[in-house]
Design a protein around this ligand. Structure first.
Ligand code: SF4
Ligand code: SF4
Length: 192
């Protein structure tokens, strides 16, 4: 029998680590960006998902949910944890075009997909945040979550190493391919 409280702690610990790395990578693009990419329908996912609501209850946001602006304040998102996976997954053209090459774009895509990967298929084909009731949350496949958690942690480590060394060894490539397959265009380029 698993304990949902432990799953929440493990999920949040990875979410916050992913967010830290994403903020480091995106700060040059997002600071002073004129385009508002946060959307109320994204914010609403966090109040509609029982799993994210449990996280938000446990890790209180810096503001109250606003019917017009969701969790967005003049200082950015006020959630301490429990942002919907789509908030990480979204990458804009400015971020992608600003990467030095295809490999960096690939790494950024994997990084932005880690929270989606972490909760994937927690119950049947549903992500943890898509599970509709607390009763169903009690039926999630803990072994599957554990596997995803280990894969996600290993991928995050490979990504942080890449940002320091600009190199991925074969083992790290394999780890990242569990999240998103390495594009053939990169493999082809490296053969040349
Ligand atoms: S993700 Fe893109 S659109 Fe959104 S704030 Fe950052 S740079 Fe701007
Ligand atoms: S990052 Fe925060 S404010 Fe922005 S869309 Fe997501 S939940 Fe809403």
């Amino acid at each position: 029998m698993y304990d949902i409280n432990i799953i929440i702690e493990q999920y949040v610990s990875i979410e916050q680590a992913v967010r830290g790395v994403m903020e480091q990578q995106c700060i040059n693009f997002c600071t002073c960006c004129p385009d508002a990419c946060c959307r109320l329908d994204y914010c609403l996912e966090s109040v509609e998902s029982p799993f994210l609501r449990m996280i938000i209850d446990r890790y209180p946001p810096r503001c109250r949910f606003d019917q017009q602006h969701g969790w967005l304040t003049t200082d950015g998102c006020c959630l301490a944890a429990g942002r919907p996976p789509v908030c990480y997954k979204f990458l804009c053209d400015r971020q992608l075009a600003g990467q030095p090459n295809e490999m960096h774009r690939y790494i950024l895509r994997v990084l932005s997909s880690l929270i989606s990967h972490l909760g994937r298929d927690a119950l049947g084909g549903r992500h943890l945040v898509e599970i509709a009731t607390v009763d169903e949350l009690n039926k999630i496949r803990a072994d599957r979550f554990d596997r995803r958690r280990l894969e996600t942690g290993a991928a995050l480590l490979a990504i942080t190493t890449f940002f320091k060394t600009h190199y991925l060894n074969p083992g790290e490539r394999q780890i990242l391919s569990q999240v998103i397959a390495l594009p053939e265009s990169i493999a082809e380029m490296e053969k040349q």
